[in-house]
Design a protein around this ligand. Structure first.
Ligand SMILES: Nc1ncnc2c1ncn2[C@@H]1O[C@H](COP(=O)(O)OP(=O)(O)OP(=O)(O)O)[C@@H](O)[C@H]1O
Ligand SMILES: [Mg+2]
Length: 250
């Protein structure tokens, strides 16, 4: 579904590369988390996939098509919740539809259908400031979903939430993923979150990024949080935490 082939990238005016000769792929329908220390280039990978940044060399494919030839192929939920404060919840949610050229009335009707089915119908005329952090993240997710793309990039969507809201959002997102059958790439700092959600974890273990270490999570879906206390999961958690700790010391 998504493939990086020998991708190189550095930011303009920076001396060093962030990404060097990177190859990896993600299959259709997978839930893949990316973990790695702050500043290692996780969001940069997403910015390359969305086309916000261009690779210096190498190719990125979605469904065997070079992303240069594609448009509107990705649903991207950036690291900060970027709801527009002066638009209502339904006006925020319908943005991607407007961008696709739908008239604003139709777009609003469709967005409101989604908001209702995600339990947010009664908030459609409220403004982002009137919603809790968890609700805002749901709206942001719905907006990403309304791009209509099969692949969704979620950049630390729950990192600013309190522990309990975060747990309920993790369960919520797994439910959406199993209903919607999308491919999800999910950046997180939280090892437990990555283990609970993903079928596979990519660990960034070096800078520049030259490869992603792949860790398969040995658990089937549907999942509940008990899986996190299974010995084989605890072992992987320990390994991942140690690996990330070492990187931070570097
Ligand atoms: N527009 C930019 N121009 C120059 N350097 C940048 C730019 N954006 C990011 N960087 C640098 O590139 C590196 C990787 O940034 P990136 O945002 O991808 O990291 P990250 O892994 O997502 O970090 P975090 O976990 O803190 O979100 C950092 O050192 C950052 O300072
Ligand atoms: Mg980031």
């Amino acid at each position: 579904m998504l493939k990086f082939c020998d991708v190189n990238f550095k930011y303009k005016d920076e001396e060093k590369h962030i990404i060097e000769n990177l190859d990896f792929q993600v299959s259709k329908g997978e839930f893949v988390s990316i973990i790695g220390p702050s500043g290692c280039g996780k969001s940069t990978i997403f910015r390359l996939i969305t086309g916000l940044e261009k690779a210096e060399s190498g190719k990125i494919f979605i469904n065997d098509e070079n992303i240069h030839n594609l448009k509107g192929y990705i649903g991207y939920m950036p690291q900060r919740d970027l709801l527009i404060p002066w638009r209502t919840i339904s006006e925020n949610a319908c943005l991607p539809l407007e961008v696709q050229g739908k008239n604003s009335k139709e777009a609003k009707i469709e967005a409101e259908k989604f908001l209702t089915s995600f339990g947010l119908g009664q908030y459609k005329d409220k403004y982002p400031k009137d919603l809790s952090g968890g609700m805002r993240q749901r709206v942001s997710f719905i907006r990403t979903l309304l791009t209509g793309s099969d692949i969704m990039l979620l950049d630390e969507p729950f990192s600013a939430l309190d522990a309990i809201t975060k747990i309920s959002m993790q369960e919520w997102i797994l439910e959406q993923w199993s209903n919607l059958r999308k491919t999800i790439l999910f950046i997180t700092h939280d090892v437990e979150e990555a283990l609970f959600l993903s079928s596979k974890i990519f660990v960034i273990s070096e800078k520049p990024i030259t490869k992603l270490k792949e860790v398969i999570v040995p658990a089937s879906y549907p999942r509940n949080r008990h899986m996190l206390s299974r010995p084989e999961i605890l072992n992987i958690k320990e390994e991942l935490v140690n690996e990330l700790k070492q990187r931070i010391q570097l």
